[in-house]
Design a protein around this ligand. Structure first.
Ligand code: NAP
Length: 245
């Protein structure tokens, strides 16, 4: 019988891994939080919606006879990752976290790291009036500022920042298109999450090209336990822990 692999998704890497495993003949289940009304298709079996905390995930792991789990959620999805650590430990299901390589600045990058959105309130007014915000959650502290905010999100939906303009665009993004976008909007400063990996990097390269400063929210620490940093790493880890080779 094939071992069942649960991939906690919500990222491009999760989908790539799920598709790769199905292509290799394994039974992969790709789990999504259910925030996206029309998620991109996957060759893997898909499920959607929260499990119901640690207990709910534990019940799911047992009911679905999950042999192994890869947590490939977004680096800022800390609750899901913490739940996966506890539920997989209790259920004795081997788990690894997919941790993207951190972005490293190169000559010309003007990056400033902060701990959270609230910490940007003192900084932004001195950096520019037209602010591109590359994420759409947790923006309420910015309401205290009289600046022109342009918020990008992947799907239409409310943004907790009165007066902000919202643009709906789904990645992956490409550097030249990002450069054109930032230029056409006359952006003066960018606020983004330090998510790492390739798919969201293009805006930083475009910012460097235009000489724009970028305020980055520091990435939370990865969950404890084993990590993988690429699809190839994940396949190798699975081969050891789920006998997938
Ligand atoms: P979160 O705060 O860590 O998770 C909140 C709750 O959503 C979890 O406790 C869980 O509910 C449910 N959930 C999250 N990911 C899930 C998954 N893959 N499958 C099933 N349930 C899931 O996460 P978030 O920051 O809201 O992110 C939600 C989703 O969007 C994640 O899949 C994440 O990878 C993706 N995403 C997040 C960001 C970001 O910046 N946070 C950016 C891009 C994409 P229960 O406790 O009921 O199980």
């Amino acid at each position: 019988m094939k071992k069942r692999i649960l991939i906690l998704g919500g990222t491009g890497e999760a989908r790539l891994l799920a598709d790769r495993l199905v292509g290799d003949g394994y039974e992969a289940i790709l789990s999504l939080a259910g925030r996206t009304a029309a998620p991109s298709a996957s060759a893997a079996q898909m499920r959607s919606g929260g499990f119901g905390g640690v207990a709910g995930l534990g019940t799911y792991l047992r009911a679905e006879n999950i042999a192994v789990c890869i947590d490939a959620t977004h680096p800022f999805a800390v609750r899901m990752s913490a739940n996966a650590v506890l539920a997989c430990t209790h259920a004795n299901v081997p788990r690894a976290a997919f941790v993207r390589p951190e972005w490293q600045p190169v000559d010309g990058d003007r990056w400033l790291f902060v701990d959270d959105v609230a910490a940007t309130v003192r900084l932004l007014p001195a950096m520019g009036r037209r602010v591109f915000v590359a994420f759409a959650d947790g923006l309420a502290p910015l309401a205290a500022l009289d600046l022109d905010f342009l918020v990008r999100r992947a799907e239409p939906g409310p943004v907790d920042l009165p007066g902000a303009r919202v643009v709906v665009m789904r990645g992956p993004f490409e550097r030249e298109a990002e450069r054109r976008f930032l230029k056409s909007e006359a952006i003066e400063v960018i606020l983004a999450k330090a998510s790492g990996g390739d798919s969201a990097r293009a805006k930083l390269d475009a910012a460097r090209n235009l000489g724009l400063p970028v305020v980055l929210l520091r990435r939370p620490s990865p969950p404890p336990g084993p990590t993988v940093a690429s699809i190839a790493d994940a396949i190798a880890w699975l081969a050891t822990h789920a006998g997938t080779s």
